[in-house]
Design a protein around this ligand. Structure first.
Ligand SMILES: [Fe+2]
Length: 224
């Protein structure tokens, strides 16, 4: 059974003063809808922050981030310097059961970035888990996976705008802490891959793993 069910959102890192240009592209050319605009996810932080704009396509979303440099260079600025304008910073995958998947990932040797975050992103309760970067090196410059689950449980608190900002702070703070701690580990050490492992035979016409149940109708997803 596949642990992941669908892409929830893709996050692109924009160069300085280009987030509006890229929003135009995603809205006017691709037909997305701007559903959230946060121009500073860490307004009280003296070191750095970022902008976070979210564009919804119905079944998935695009999030745009742009660095705000203050006393320090934003991790988003660093990412763009390394990878270029509008480079994909992370893809967020929806999971059937995030905690079960996290346990599985860790038992396989995978490394998560921090604790699983549980928050209200303004539309509902959301569990998020960020893994360490795909490559070894500066956490702010690495592409990484996000895994999330949007459980159908009542929201305990309201406050759409403030919670939306918190949603953006989540990975920023975890990555900033990793940079400060010089944690340059990748999500997986592929030296641990069993020497006998070989790719399975391709299964044309069987895009889903054996025994996997069809995905439930996707709910309206909201990037963060
Ligand atoms: Fe995300």
């Amino acid at each position: 059974m596949a642990w992941l069910t669908k892409v929830d959102h893709v996050t692109y890192a924009c160069a300085r003063d280009t987030i509006e240009k890229w929003a135009w592209f995603h809205i006017e050319v691709e037909g997305g809808t701007l559903i959230r605009r946060i121009d500073d996810v860490r307004p009280d932080a003296l070191d750095s922050s970022m902008k976070l704009w979210c564009i919804d396509y119905g079944d998935f979303g695009v999030a745009l981030v742009e660095g705000i440099d203050r006393l320090k260079k934003s991790q988003v600025t660093q990412f763009v310097e390394r990878h270029g304008d509008h480079a994909c910073q992370h893809v967020a995958y929806a999971c059937r059961d995030l905690e079960e998947f996290r346990g599985h990932l860790e038992r396989m040797g995978g490394r998560c970035r921090g604790e699983t975050l549980v928050r209200n992103d303004g539309f509902g309760t959301l569990k998020q888990m960020f893994a360490k970067g795909y490559s070894t090196g500066n956490a702010g410059e690495s592409t990484f996976p996000e895994y999330l689950e949007r459980p159908e449980i009542p929201d305990a608190e309201g406050g759409r705008i403030s919670f939306s900002r918190q949603a953006g702070q989540g990975f920023y703070d975890q990555i900033a802490a990793a940079v400060d701690a010089v944690d340059e580990q990748p999500v997986f050490d592929f030296a641990a891959v069993p020497a006998h492992w070989r790719p399975p035979e391709p299964r044309p016409g069987h895009p889903r793993s054996p025994g996997r149940e069809p995905s439930p109708a996707p709910g309206r997803r909201r990037p963060n």
